[in-house]
Design a binder for this molecule. Structure first.
Ligand code: TPP
Ligand code: MG
Length: 419
């Protein structure tokens, strides 16, 4: 028998949807209190085999090591040799110089497109130091630091890809910045957002199935977590304890969309991991020491067979989304200058200077040397063509490498094109 519902005593109000908005638009000042920062050194460091649910407090806090005056404090402060720290700073300066010059090359019409990682340099470079040769990266377009910090990767080869020239190793088949460098463990960048997570988890599962010792490092942006692939990847990673580091780079924006629209309001992206049974950390992505320490923790956890870890890196996208974007239309122009976590390069430089391992003069000399190195790489790559002179890969290449034996219809099309 059906029952009659008991009438509510509350007055019936019209229902409304909540549409999150950033606190400021161009011309106003952003209120960054929404970030909920912790003090440096305040967040505990759990054992690498900690139960996923026990990391819940850290998923809502913020792991930080560097104080505003450049001291390293607390349980996450890593013990890295001075030369490793100095090299990391040089690599971050190199990445920034590369981005600036390639952005200019796009404005000069030498390449069609470029994407910078301005303000996010510490994340890729810090994580790379915590991984080992043979581990596999499934990066997005904002982890060029993984390549620029790798002495085995030629900068000229990267620029040839950007210029889509005769020596483009990807033969003009990928958008500029979508590198693919197998020997560096750098999986082909896909423009289809969030695929990195399912592919990275799948690769990590395969590594475990084979009884291998290699782990995966998968990358996604705040906006891309709204894709269903993100959630599918978390379920598989949790269920099979895949040896993978799940990196969520929360740079506050997805093109013109504020991170709250992807679900960052009133909760954190790290909290998604805990909800799926994955140990999760929320970390200051502009604090090189915290990036290295958290990556190291996650890598030891994965390699030790204790399961995946999700890390939300809190940072800020200092530049436009890409050379096709104009952020002055949708966010305050001074946001990055006012961002409470500062600039990762100057923070590491301050720490090293305080320890007597760096100086303003060395900083300036390094910046000049890196700019010269990048310019020399660009000049060399331009000898093999750029968009300006149209010396790109041969049209014939579009017919190759798909079928072992070219089918008749493709042979015909190729003949019609006369290549
Ligand atoms: C599946 C899919 N949807 C939409 C796009 C278009 N798109 C490219 S980048 C981007 C924003 C991504 O933002 P986020 O994940 O935060 O990464 P960020 O660019 O900030 O590093 C969008 C919507 C795409 N490439 N793929
Ligand atoms: Mg983003």
């Amino acid at each position: 028998m059906s029952q009659t519902p008991i009438p509510s005593t509350a007055p019936a109000l019209p229902l409304r949807l909540h549409v999150p908005e950033p606190s400021a638009r161009p011309g106003d000042e952003t209120d960054f209190s929404y970030l909920h920062l912790s003090e440096a050194g305040a967040v505990r460091r759990p054992a690498v085999d900690a139960k996923a649910a026990s990391t819940a407090d850290i998923a809502y806090a913020l792991v930080r090591v560097l104080t505003p005056d450049g001291e390293a404090v607390g349980p996450w402060a890593p013990d890295l040799p001075p030369e490793v720290l100095r090299q990391a700073l040089r690599d971050m300066i190199k990445t920034r110089a590369f981005d600036a010059r390639m952005t200019l090359a796009q404005r000069q019409k030498k390449t069609s497109f470029y994407m910078q990682c301005l303000g996010e340099e510490a994340i890729a470079i810090g994580q790379r130091l915590a991984l080992q040769d043979g581990d596999m990266y499934f990066p997005t377009y904002r982890q060029q630091g993984l390549l620029l910090a790798n002495p085995e990767v030629s900068m000229v080869e990267m620029v040839c890809q950007l210029l889509s020239n005769e020596r483009d190793p990807l033969k003009g088949r990928q958008l500029p910045v979508m590198y693919s460098i197998k020997r560096a463990g750098f999986f082909s960048i896909s423009g289809n957002l969030a695929t990195q997570f399912i592919q990275g988890v799948g690769w990590a599962m395969a590594s475990a199935i084979k009884g291998d010792t290699r782990i995966a490092s998968a990358w996604i942006g705040d906006g891309s977590t709204a894709e269903s692939d993100f959630h599918t990847a978390l379920t598989f990673a949790h269920v099979y304890r895949a040896p993978v580091i799940l990196n969520v780079v929360n740079n506050q924006w997805a093109i013109s969309t504020f991170q709250a629209i992807a679900g960052g309001e009133g909760t954190t992206f790290a909290a998604r991991g805990v909800g799926c049974g994955i140990a999760s950390l929320r970390v200051d992505g502009n604090d090189f020491l915290a990036v290295y320490a958290a990556s190291r923790w996650a890598a030891e956890r994965a390699r030790g067979g204790h399961g995946p870890a999700l890390i939300e890196w809190v940072t800020y996208r200092g530049g436009p989304h890409s050379t096709s974007d104009d952020p002055s239309k949708y966010r305050p122009a001074d946001d990055w200058q006012r961002f409470p976590l500062g600039d990762p390069i100057s923070r590491l430089a301050t720490y090293l200077t305080k320890r007597g391992l760096w100086s303003d003069a060395e900083h300036e000399a390094t910046r000049e040397a890196m700019e010269a190195e990048v310019l020399a790489a660009l000049k060399e790559a331009e000898q093999y063509g750029s968009l300006l002179d149209g010396r790109g890969p041969s049209d014939a290449l579009m017919f190759e490498d798909v079928y072992e034996e070219m089918p008749a219809h493709l042979r015909q099309q190729r003949q019609e094109l006369g290549v």
